[in-house]
Ligand binder design. Structure first.
Ligand code: NAP
Length: 282
């Protein structure tokens, strides 16, 4: 039986639907990415976002600043983009160079254009179950689980990692689905004690081979968010070869969560457009 979750396939289904919807509405949503400095990983991520936007008919613009730019100048640019009716989504590509306060900068983005779901307003919306824009990777994970009909209600979900970008929003999303959620982090003692109980295990720590086969039970569903490079090859946080022998379902790296993150960013831009224009979400 094939137990590999195909993130590429599910993301392409999402993108095709989005492309059709954008054509149907005859609209041109626009995403602007602000990049500061010349981080090589960021260059790749921004290029991927541009390519994905072009695939579905979303306009894309990149504003690149040198790492000597001041916080105030970035905030001025954000204010200009907030006021520009042609711009529907704004992203500040992370990480920012040292010395810049990312939280302060991001919180100047209009929450209706905050397609990364990182402003206080959107984080609050998520916690309080209000409609808003939600961080793309957690959203992509929920879409994958739904596409594979994974039952969540009353299941034990264990999340390894508690970042603002991945772990914390996931806690809320799983709670909303009536799962029982445990969260492990770098100060957790003996994470195996928790991972062994997981019906659904999400790992977002950034450590290759953190999760080995002795740490999971049979028929677990494993979502590996990690992106690591080992000897020039991409890998996740899970020992895929061994854990996949026990898992009911498992995401590969690459080809699992990564493509879903980009697809959900595009979905967020479309959603942001509709929220700004007062169009009902289906
Ligand atoms: P992050 O901000 O560095 O957070 C990592 C989290 O993992 C922290 O909460 C940390 O605990 C925890 N952690 C670290 N080592 C651990 C250990 N040995 N045992 C248990 N917990 C541990 O990273 P992130 O932004 O969430 O990203 C995590 C990974 O996912 C990275 O590899 C990143 O590249 C990848 N990622 C992939 C996508 C995608 O689209 N596929 C998107 C985002 C991120 P503390 O809080 O105690 O420090």
């Amino acid at each position: 039986m094939n137990n590999i979750i195909d993130g590429k396939l599910i993301s392409s289904v999402i993108k095709t639907k989005l492309k059709n919807d954008i054509e149907l509405y005859r609209i041109n949503p626009k995403l602007v990415v602000i990049q500061v400095g010349d981080n090589s990983a960021s260059n790749i991520y921004v290029r991927n976002k541009k390519r994905a936007c072009e695939e579905v008919g979303i306009l894309f613009d990149k504003i690149k600043f040198p790492d000597t730019i001041s916080e105030e100048m970035i905030i001025e640019e954000i204010k200009r983009l907030n006021d520009d009716d042609e711009v529907n989504g704004i992203i500040v590509q992370l990480p920012l160079p040292k010395g810049l306060n990312a939280a302060r900068i991001i919180n100047h983005i209009d929450p209706l254009k905050d397609v990364d779901g990182l402003t206080y307003q959107n984080v609050g919306n998520l916690v309080l179950d209000n409609d808003g824009l939600i961080s793309c990777t957690p959203l992509g994970i929920m879409e994958l689980l739904s596409a594979y009909n994974v039952e969540l209600e009353s299941k034990n979900v264990v999340i390894v990692g508690r970042s603002n970008l991945v772990g914390k929003p996931l806690i809320q999303l799983f709670l909303k689905e009536n799962a029982t959620v445990s969260v492990c982090h770098s100060k957790s003692y003996d994470i195996k004690k928790y991972t062994k109980l997981a019906d659904i295990l999400v790992v977002a720590a950034g450590h290759p081979n953190l999760i080995t086969k002795d740490m999971v039970k049979d028929d677990v569903v494993v979502i590996d968010v990690g992106i690591n490079k080992e000897e020039g090859t991409l890998c996740g946080d899970v020992d895929f070869d061994e854990v996949s022998k026990k898992a009911a379902l498992i995401t590969p790296v690459p080809g699992g969560v990564g493509p879903m993150t980009v697809a959900c960013l595009l979905k967020n831009v479309f959603k942001a457009y509709k929220m700004q224009k007062g169009i009902e979400n289906e």
